[in-house]
Design a protein. Structure first.
Length: 203
């Protein structure tokens, strides 16, 4: 989160920890103000009554993507120097399912559970304890299943490479997806609200 300032020596290790702390506190504050420290609001996503999580996450993706795209076009960012995480499709599916099931059962993801705990919610504290224990267990057991984590290794993949179209077209397509997704999410919210409240449907 301090890149590229830290990487290029703008400040040292100690300062990077301070910067990371300040950014983390700010991120947590915005999450709490958005209501994402409350499991009820987060779970409303799965009941299709409040699509705020979808809208916020998609907005973050589009904002970052457009920022990177414009900086590259302006010559301020060399995309060839950007690090991409390799694709391991088997472990990605398994990890995604575990994350999704945990989200549905507990009502939090790791970040929102920390926000919940910080605001004094007991369920957030329990969730933080759970993922802390899971993280420790993963670290201790890593040597035993290290090879399993590399299953489905496809190397580094990007949408322009896979689809054979330019970065700009991919960015434009994602923006169109976001606009359509936001409109669809708003329609679903209204439909679910009307379904739950006949009086609202009549209006």
């Amino acid at each position: 989160m301090n890149a590229p300032l830290y990487k290029f020596g703008a400040f040292g290790d100690e300062t990077s920890l301070v910067v990371a702390f300040v950014i983390g506190i700010g991120f947590g504050w915005f999450l709490e103000r958005a209501g994402f420290g409350n499991a009820r609001k987060l779970m409303a996503q799965f009941y299709l009554t409040d699509m705020a999580v979808f809208k916020v996450m998609f907005t973050a993706v589009v904002t970052a993507m457009l920022g990177v795209t414009y900086l590259a076009w302006a010559g301020w960012l060399d995309l060839s120097l950007v690090y991409y995480v390799p694709t391991f499709w088997v472990t990605a599916i398994v990890g995604g399912l575990l994350m999704g099931v945990g989200f549905v059962i507990g009502g939090y993801c790791p970040g929102t559970s920390v926000v919940s705990m910080a605001t004094g919610r007991l369920d957030g504290l329990v969730y933080v304890g759970g993922f802390t224990a899971g993280t420790l267990g993963f670290a201790l057991g890593y040597p035993a299943f290290r090879d399993l984590l590399a299953m489905g290794d496809l190397g580094v993949l990007t949408l322009p490479e896979v689809t054979g179209v330019s970065w700009g077209i991919v960015a434009f397509a994602v923006v169109l997806m976001a606009v359509g997704g936001f409109a669809g999410a708003t329609w679903v919210e209204r439909w679910m609200t009307a379904k739950a409240d006949p009086a609202a449907r009549a209006d």
